[in-house]
Design a protein around this ligand. Structure first.
Ligand code: SF4
Ligand code: SF4
Length: 304
């Protein structure tokens, strides 16, 4: 079983749509588990039309709780909280969304009036996508510890993969380079980064490439909406050459793609002759084809 992560330096470049399209093609010949680790804004299940099977409340952080009967109002706890999470006039009140659960207040409290307790702050859903499975994490509003929730999603995705004897875990990762991206990359085997030919996407691509390189993972790039800027495309190709990275696919802009998504359809299935669908099919075939070292870096990008 392999684990492939699809990332993007920034949101809105088509990462989830590409994950769904690739999964629907690869899923014809392979058994998959989809994992959505974009726990702040999971949406792959919507694109795939996944059917809920079970849902688990998850506790991935701790918060402070004051026992009012013990508190003598000395104010020591307020003085040590670096997060401004203790408010109130004569008695401390914990502002839940600001509390990071560091425990400093409990340490200084002379009356042992503060408890640090686990709180439920996220959810992991197990779903069905045809014969395949999906695991999706969702962090509660205003909650932190997204990286820990990603760890839970990945563990459950591996359990599901073991149950159905899956060939591949295909992960729709979060945008950016923060904690959930780091957690997503841990234990992955190969990475595909989706970008588009715009200055901001190119800048963000550089950051996500740097992070991924820190994990020594094979990495390939997919250029989405490749034809919206000839100049941007040239800059991207120059960047890839400099960085010795492989361009796995160029997908042309197709105004019908968002319309198909709005109808709950995947254009790669409903419009197989479109140029964008052909490019995604080629990429799926490319991922299935064992091959020699194709990059300049000594990386062997053999996905399945
Ligand atoms: S646990 Fe830390 S962040 Fe939370 S209230 Fe206490 S000192 Fe502040
Ligand atoms: S340190 Fe303890 S006793 Fe003092 S105000 Fe805070 S909770 Fe109350």
């Amino acid at each position: 079983m392999r684990e492939i992560v699809i990332l993007s330096g920034k949101g809105g470049v088509g990462k989830s749509s590409l994950t769904a399209a690739l999964g629907s093609l690869l899923g014809r010949r392979h058994t998959l588990v989809f994992a959505d680790t974009d726990v702040d804004a999971p949406n792959l299940h919507l694109v795939l039309g996944a059917v809920p099977v079970e849902s688990h409340q998850v506790s991935v952080s701790e918060k402070a709780f004051v026992e009012p009967d013990r508190c003598i109002g000395c104010g020591l706890c307020m003085g040590v909280c670096r997060f401004g999470a203790i408010v109130g006039e004569s008695r401390p009140v914990i502002a839940r969304y600001s509390c990071e659960g560091c425990g400093a207040c409990a340490i200084v409290c002379p009356e042992e009036a503060i408890d640090i307790r686990q709180v439920v702050n996220g959810r992991v859903d197990i779903m069905r996508v045809g014969d395949h499975r999906m695991v999706s994490g969702s962090l509660g509003i205003g909650e932190s510890s997204s990286g820990r929730l990603v760890d839970v999603v990945k563990r459950m995705a591996r359990e599901q993969a073991g149950e159905i004897n899956a060939d591949l875990i295909l992960t729709d990762g979060p945008p950016g380079i923060g904690c959930p991206v780091i957690a997503t990359l841990k234990g992955a085997e190969q990475v595909i980064v989706v970008t588009e030919p715009t200055p901001s996407a190119l800048s963000d691509l550089g950051r996500v490439v740097e992070v991924t390189r820190g994990f020594h993972l094979p990495l390939g790039v997919v250029l989405n909406r490749a034809d919206i800027s000839a100049e941007g495309r040239v800059q991207l190709i120059h960047f890839l050459h400099e960085q010795r990275l492989e361009l796995l696919a160029e997908i042309p802009y197709d105004p019908e793609l968002p319309r198909a998504l709005a109808r709950g359809e995947l254009a790669v299935i409903t419009r197989p002759d479109a140029d964008s669908s052909r490019a995604i099919r080629q990429l799926a075939r490319r991922m299935e084809t064992p091959g020699p070292d194709r990059g300049h870096t000594g990386q062997v990008l053999q996905f399945l």
